[in-house]
Design a protein around this ligand. Structure first.
Ligand code: MRU
Length: 361
């Protein structure tokens, strides 16, 4: 299928059928030149899709993994409920080994484990698991929309923005986090334009963010990651907005490698730096961002992109997939519940406590 075929673009993550159905993903490694679907009918295929970034982006990984647990109920399982629960637990443990940084993965799997624990002796466990996975999916859609609304209120008319990696519809259930802010600005007629960092080594910015923004008709310019400082120095940039893979209790935020450098440059140039993420991206068990596990990926992603060798054989390579931006560099966090500014542990705790109190009423 041709690139930018917006009219027929399927969702990034989709469950087909009932609890005996399967998971359908867009293979994001092939975008934007090829729009190919991956049909996942067992847990191993889902693990592989997450590991290889066919499905990627913190919320989308969590959703896919939740559906992966549902798939554990199908493959050659004897019909006893005991083995169903055992298979589901094993699937959750296995899927948790796919990627280490995005906490949404572990958050979603914990929700699935709670359902296994509650219904382990129930013959309808497969249906219960599907209901929970679908709830995670639908809730993410709502969270993305709300993030967009809260974030758009921070962005002036006619703003020029920079983003890094892809925090759009492809990375979530729908609409995205950082890109949801941009899509909402556009819905509100704000006339924004965007610089998209290409995002080495895997080009999520050039391949995916540029594709999504172009589909929406938002004027977009792709730049090399190393150009962002020059762009801030020479052009009027109103804000940087990125997503996150894990945010600690004090507000340190892990996101795609290069985000931290962008935040340092934004601070130097007095450009507001916003991080947009749902509550499922917060890890309140961790305080210091230096404790966030950083995924190390294969050297070939840097020295042999798409199989084309670009460096001497045998050269040393360091390929951390994420970095951590300290809270001090983040102007505000944008969640589905509102805006956290300034970014402090106290403000984050109050943000979630206040909402929990409202939910309890
Ligand atoms: O390695 P990736 O492509 O999964 O990294 C994704 C990011 O860094 C995103 O910015 C983050 O997950 C937020 S997605 C809403």
């Amino acid at each position: 299928m041709a690139s930018n075929d917006t009219a027929s673009s399927p969702p990034a993550v989709e469950w087909i059928g009932d609890h005996n159905g399967h998971l359908r993903l867009i293979d994001q490694t092939l975008l934007p030149t090829t729009l190919r679907l991956v049909e996942c009918r067992n847990v191993e295929t889902v693990w592989d899709a997450i590991k290889m970034l066919r499905v990627r982006g913190a919320p989308a990984i969590g959703i896919a993994a939740a559906y992966g647990v549902v798939l554990s109920q199908q493959a050659g399982l004897s019909k006893t409920s005991h083995s169903a629960a055992t298979a589901a637990r094993a699937a959750a443990d296995y899927l948790a080994t796919s990627r280490p940084t995005a906490v949404n993965l572990f958050w979603a799997l914990d929700r699935m484990r709670a359902v296994i624990d509650e219904h382990q002796a129930d013959p309808s466990l497969p249906e219960k698991l599907l209901t929970e996975a679908q709830a995670i999916h639908v809730e993410d859609q709502a969270m993305c929309r709300a993030i967009g609304k809260h974030g758009a209120a921070l962005i002036p008319d006619g703003a020029t923005l920079i983003t890094h990696c892809n925090a759009g519809g492809l990375a979530t259930a729908e609409y995205g986090t950082a890109l949801s802010v941009m899509f909402t600005c556009q819905d509100e007629g704000k006339g924004i334009s965007v610089y998209a960092d290409e995002t080495r080594p895997l080009w999520q910015g050039a391949r995916l963010t540029a594709w999504e923004l172009q589909q929406r008709g938002i004027p977009t310019t792709v730049i090399c990651d190393s150009m962002a400082a020059h762009v801030m120095q020479t052009r009027k940039i109103d804000a940087v907005i990125t997503g996150a893979d894990r945010i600690t209790a004090r507000g340190d935020a892990a996101n795609k490698i290069g985000t931290y450098g962008l935040a340092v440059v934004a601070r130097y140039h007095n450009v507001p730096f916003y991080v947009a993420a749902p509550s499922s991206t917060f890890d309140m068990q961790l305080v210091d961002g230096r404790d966030i596990p950083i995924e190390q990926r294969d050297a070939s992603e840097i020295v042999a992109p798409y199989g084309n060798s670009i460096a001497p054989d045998g050269i040393g390579v360091y390929n951390p997939a994420f970095d951590v931006t300290p809270a001090e560099l983040i102007t505000a966090l944008i969640t589905e519940r509102g805006v956290i500014q300034p970014v402090t542990q106290n403000a984050i705790e109050q943000h979630f406590q206040h909402e929990r109190a409202l939910e309890a009423k």
